[in-house]
Each structure stands twice: as C-alpha cells, then as structure tokens.
Design a binder for this molecule. Structure first.
Ligand code: F0G
Length: 457
C-alpha cells in the first residue's frame, strides 16, 4: 500500500516557543520598523519565512557531533571529519572552510576578479554579484529565457543558456577567469539546473579553457529534482548524482547554512593547486588557519553530519513535497505563484497579486508587509526594492516583483504551513484595499536591508 500523505521523516526532540501576537501589535511593530521586515524583532514574528539560511533545525546526531568538536588551532581531527564528508560528495582536491558562503565568494573573487574581468552565471545571488563587483569585475546573468518568465513550466528553469555562454566566451576571450553555476537558482525562483545542462556548460567552459565553479548551496534539492525530472536519472542515488555534478566542475563555493543543515558555515573547494594556495593565504588574513577557516571545530562536526542527512531520500522527498504543498495550495486558491514551485521556497508574484500598485510603489513590499500584519508571517521582497536602484543613482522596475516565502529545513509542521495558506488567502481578500509605499530613507547600497518606508494613502 502506497499512502498518499508524505509525513515529516523525524520526531520533534526539542522545541522553541512561538509568541502569539495580535494584528494591532503587529501593525505597531512594523510601523516602528519603518515597514521594513528586516527591522523587526524576531519574537514579534510568528512564522519566519524570511530565509532558509541557517534557520533550520539540527538533528539529534548533529547536536551530538557538536560535543565531539576538537578546538585545536591547527590539525584538528574535526577538520578531517569535515573534509572527508565534503569530499565524499564533492571530490575536489582542496577543501577550505569559511564562516559562510559569502566569505568563500570574497576569497575566490579576490583571487580571480578585478577590473576588466567578467564573470557569467545562470543567475548570480546578490552576495555573489556584490563580491564580484566589489573586486572591480562585472557579473553577468545568462539563464535560459524560460528562467525569466514566472509562468513557464520548464522543468529546469535554472539552466544556463549555453549558446549565449559560448558566444559570450568567444566575445570576451581572455577576460573571463571563471564561470559560476548556481544550484538551485535562488534569485530565479529556486529552480533546478539539469545534469545535462551542467554537462553542456562544463563542455563549453572547458572548450574555452575557462574553469567552472558551482555555487552549490542547494545541491541536494537540485539533485532530487534531477532524479525526479530528468530522463534516465529516476533510479539513482542522490549522492551519486551530486558526485556527477561535482565532477563536471573545477571547484565550488558553498553556504553550509542551506543544504548542509548548519546554522553557520561554508567552504570553498577546488582542484587547482596554485589557486588553492593563493586562496588559503587569503583565508588566513580574514577567516583563520586552513584547518578551521571561519568556524569552530564543533561547527565542522555538525556540518559533516548534516551532509550525511541531507542526501537521504526520505528527507528530500518530504522537503520538496512540503514546499510544493504550500505552493500548490496557494495556486489552487487562485493566488499567483511562480511556477514550477521551487525547492526551498514559494515565490508569490506580487505584480499579479497587486496589479493596481505600480512597480515604483513596491507591490512586493506592500504584499510582504500585509502578510506580516495579517498573520505574523515574514517573507522577503525580491523585486524593485531589492534590485531597482543602480550604481548611477537611477531607479527602474525589476524584471519580476516577487515575495519569497522560504521554508527553513525541518522547522515548521504542516499545520504551520496550513496557517500560512490561510493568511495568504486573507491577504488576497484584502488585496484591492492595499496601497503602495514610498521610501523615506535608503542607504547607498543593498537598500533592502535597512531602507525605511511610508505607506501611500
Ligand atoms: N549563494 C546563494 C545561491 C545563496 O542563496 C546565498 C545565501 C549565498 C550564496 C551566500 O551565502 O548567506 O552563507 O553568505 N542566501 C541566503 C538567502 C542569505 O536568504 O537566500 P551566505
């Protein structure tokens, strides 16, 4: 008998309380935060879907591994345990631990970036783009056309446009030090990249003599989508698929706050000995000695255990199914969501949700604030607030106005998600009465984190 209900493949072992709030309290709190959800105290948030980064629940065995941590400055056995867990899935010669993903990016692009260089990706995540630009290089997104269309049902909307990449590498010969590939494509809706596309991207890169690096934060979710959707992959172990993905690349950056199930952590891994030596020298400047990087020995142990747990099929089936459960329920209720549903998050299409609010009055922000006020649900605007302001000071609408509801790993139950569905339904009923916002204060860079807003009457 195959039962229809896919249950959480764990029991709850330790709990943290949620503080109930009223709508009146939430209206006060968000007003005091300048209508910026990053400015809220998290105990004023009921269901926190701001990010899936570092917010997941560690397992009993990860907490046990923490007790095993060895805090030696050099040569800690915890590093050996961490390195072999990484190399089991990603067989790169050098593994360099960092405190989180952006630290790995900073080191890699300090070594490889610089003025006059260009670095393509399917879509760069914001910290990746910012680190490239900070080095003086240019970041370019070359995702397939379907990846920019919120209603396209392409099964691998994260794929690189390999024809454009090929032409790009010809036109920019000598200027491209590395090509990145983000798995899954977070800024493009948590959409996967197929194994075939990784293979083609790798072939194009190597034909041009350019290394390929994976930004592999959500590698296990990506591999599960390959197993489910790619012809010929359905019988394979996810860990085998991951190794195939890794073997096609020359290196990787990683935020271990995502699929490796950590609350903190990251790494840079690569094959090139000379580049690794240069990166280790940079690591010592800002992160630490190469056998701990930016982490404590106990963190390395917890990540090693997390890497074993994340490739478990029962976990991944539950993970992808439970994200789809939220997305499908919203779609069924007539709420516009980006399709297909991503791995780690559901992305609401605020442009379709609030068509009466023009892009420069920030429909995504209006929707995110309304979800918080109505039900204490915190999502994240990914639209004109995040991407609309340019280095020359101009402001233009973003391609898509999205609100991301990111699902922390193993943290919320189905009834929490049923509550989120109800809150979204209530906000949909209020939609015609919602108004846009103006920005009353913003910093020069990365304004979405600290800008202050005022509601337009
Ligand atoms: N690459 C991708 C694809 C990411 O999603 C993130 C982080 C990073 C790199 C940077 O890693 O945070 O450890 O420094 N994404 C988080 C998010 C913050 O909410 O999507 P980090």
């Amino acid at each position: 008998m195959a039962y229809r209900t896919i249950i959480e493949p764990f029991r709850i072992h330790s709990v943290a309380p949620l503080r109930m709030t009223t709508e009146a309290q939430r209206r006060e709190a968000v007003k005091a935060a300048g209508y910026n959800l990053f400015g809220l105290h998290s105990d004023d948030v009921l269901i926190d879907l701001l990010t899936d980064s570092g917010t997941g629940a560690m397992s009993r065995d990860q907490w046990a591994a923490i007790q095993h941590g060895d805090e030696s400055y050099a040569g800690s056995p915890s590093f050996e345990i961490f390195r072999s867990a990484v190399q089991e899935l990603f067989p790169f010669a050098h593994v360099i631990p960092t405190h989180q993903g952006r630290a790995a990016e900073k080191i890699l692009f300090t070594a490889l970036g610089g003025t006059g260089r260009v670095i393509p990706s399917n879509t760069h995540f914001d910290t990746t783009r910012a680190n490239i630009e900070y080095s003086g290089a240019e970041a370019v997104d070359l995702v397939i056309a379907e990846g920019r269309d919120p209603v396209s049902r392409h099964p691998f909307k994260g794929n690189m446009d390999t024809a454009r990449l090929d032409a790009f590498l010809t036109q920019n010969a000598g200027r491209v030090p590395v090509v990145m590939l983000t798995l899954t494509n977070n800024s493009g809706g948590g959409q996967p990249v197929s194994l075939e596309n990784i293979r083609e991207t790798s072939a194009v890169c190597h034909r041009h003599g350019v290394p390929l690096f994976l930004d592999a934060c959500r590698f296990a979710e990506n591999a599960w989508f390959i197993r489910e959707r790619e012809p010929g992959q359905g019988e394979r172990e996810v860990s085998d698929i991951v190794r195939d993905m890794a073997r096609l690349a020359d290196g990787m950056t990683m935020s271990a706050k995502k699929d490796p199930m950590g609350n903190i952590g990251g790494w840079l891994a690569l094959n090139d000995d000379a580049l690794a030596e240069q990166c280790r020298a940079l690591l010592i400047l800002t992160e630490g000695f190469p056998t701990y990087g930016g982490l404590a020995g106990r963190d390395l142990e917890a990540l090693a255990q997390g890497l074993k747990e994340v490739v478990d099929h029962d976990y991944l089936r539950y993970r992808i199914r439970s994200t789809a459960y939220l997305g499908e329920a919203l779609a069924k209720a007539g709420i516009p969501v980006l399709q297909p549903i991503g791995g780690h998050a559901v992305y609401l299409d605020a442009k379709a949700f609030l068509p009466h609010i023009p892009p420069l009055q920030y429909p995504g922000q209006a929707l995110a604030v309304a979800l918080y006020e109505a039900g204490g649900v915190r999502g994240c605007e990914i639209g004109t607030v995040m991407f609309g302001r340019h280095p020359d000071g101009s402001e233009t609408p973003a391609t898509m106005e999205l609100v991301r509801l990111a699902i922390p790993r193993r943290t919320y139950t189905q009834s929490h998600i049923d509550y989120v569905i109800e809150v979204c339904g209530e906000v949909a009923r209020r939609a015609p009465t919602l108004s846009g916002y103006r920005i009353s204060h913003e910093p020069k860079q990365l304004r979405h984190f600290t800008a202050r807003f005022e509601p337009l009457a």
